[in-house]
Write a protein that binds this ligand. Sequence first.
Ligand code: ADP
Length: 261
Amino acid sequence: LRQNIMHPIPKNEFTDVKKIYAIVSGKGGVGKSLVTSLIAVGLRREGYEVGILDADITGPSIPKMFGVSGAKIDSDSKAIYPVRTHNDIKVMSMNLLFSKEDAPVIWRGPLIAKTIEQFWTEVGWGVLDYLLIDMPPGTGDVALTVFQSLPIDGIIMVTSPQDLVSLIVKKAYNMAKQMDIPIVGIVENMSYAVCPHCGKEINIFGKSKLEEEAEKLNLKVLGRVPIDPQLTALCDSGEIEKAQNLYLDSCIEVLKSELKE
Ligand code: ADP
């Protein structure tokens, strides 16, 4: 099936990427961009070369989380180049190409999809161990085009507890299956809260159904990220790289082992 529906487009001569992962969610607002950032920071702390392709064009929050929103993009006649965060993670996002951060992207799907393709074909990513793609939420045509045209090695699904048991997750799961792209596993965001006084976990949404639901779909649980006010503050101040706790150790370990394969 994949052969019939895939139209991989070639990379440019300035790009040499070992592994490409797409971070997906069934709907917006579950913390997909934050999880993408945490994974990127975690891999970078381990010394890997990491890039983030922000394909969530209608809500491009990656540059803001890393505090590079106003950064100038370099280009020459051959390619345009991603900006570098404080810790040298390479980022490309629509947000960097518009001078006004709050300008809405009022483009139709095909044009958005084309732009994301260009983030792959015309951006000089250089040598990377990992390129993480922060996907548009849902299973619409933009997501479909990205899956078809970029050589994605695996998908990481992000859900919130309420979202987990819904059809939205199942749809995102089925899309990946139909595209024949391996699903690395699932991350539950806003999984629980930590009491600021005693440090105890509070299961705001009741007992987690993550293990149970993941087993039904035969998915690996890559991690659970709590609601952490420190993370919110770091997202807002553009200092996500300073996060003390990334909560995603096992996800990082799985991605490290995939690189060795
Ligand atoms: P999505 O990409 O799914 O639309 P984001 O990752 O942009 O969602 O998250 C939106 C905002 O919600 C973030 O900027 C952050 O402030 C907050 N947020 C998300 N997850 C958490 C969390 N686990 N703890 C604290 N704040 C969070």
